[in-house]
Write a protein that binds this ligand. Structure first.
Ligand code: HEC
Length: 147
């Protein structure tokens, strides 16, 4: 019986954990979590750059593009009201323009997923172009919404 309760509790915890930031998370934890995801993005961009610089297999781009696409799906939920101050570089204008802010993550995701199709086609210069398109999203959003 105890075991059933523990298993039930674990399942509930997993379910809640899968729905973005849980209510138990403090603003500081959410800020930490989004910064970690941005660091994942940074590594993924670096990983892709390495593939181009070294003339490596295009297939090696997939894991990085997928990581960016996955994080872009999760990131919008990591900017709840209440996380505009603390150890963060966000501009508060995010919360006056949430539709624009979220659309930028949606575009990042679309562009990252498009890389999978380009890789599939084997087009190396197309992949290099797609890499620049993906990267353009990063700088543009930082200029607008990050100090
Ligand atoms: C829709 C807006 C948006 C997009 C797109 C975006 N970023 Fe950011 N990024 C932010 C904001 C806002 C912060 C500041 C987060 C904070 O300090 O709480 C940030 C912070 C960062 C950080 C610093 C994290 C830290 O540890 O402090 C890195 C690195 C980063 N982004 C990389 C990227 C990369 C690489 C991409 C593109 C693949 C990207 N970002 C796309 C908005 C964006």
């Amino acid at each position: 019986m105890t075991r059933l309760i523990i298993v039930g509790g674990l399942v509930a915890a997993l379910l809640i954990g899968g729905l973005g930031p849980s209510f138990a998370q403090s603003p500081a934890e959410i800020i930490e979590q989004r910064k970690d995801l941005f660091q994942v993005n940074r590594s993924a961009m670096g990983g892709m750059k390495k593939v181009f610089d070294s003339g490596g297999e295009l297939a090696a781009l997939v894991v990085h593009a997928q990581a960016i696409a996955d994080s872009a799906a999760e990131l919008p939920s990591l900017f709840p009201v209440g996380t505009e101050s603390g150890d963060t570089k966000v501009r508060p204008t995010i919360w006056d323009n949430t539709a624009d802010f979220e659309a930028r993550f949606a575009k990042l995701r679309t562009d990252a997923l498009q890389m999978l199709a380009v890789v599939e086609s084997g087009d190396r210069s197309g992949a290099a172009m797609q890499f620049r398109t993906i990267g353009g999203n990063c700088g543009a959003c930082h200029d607008e919404y990050r100090y």
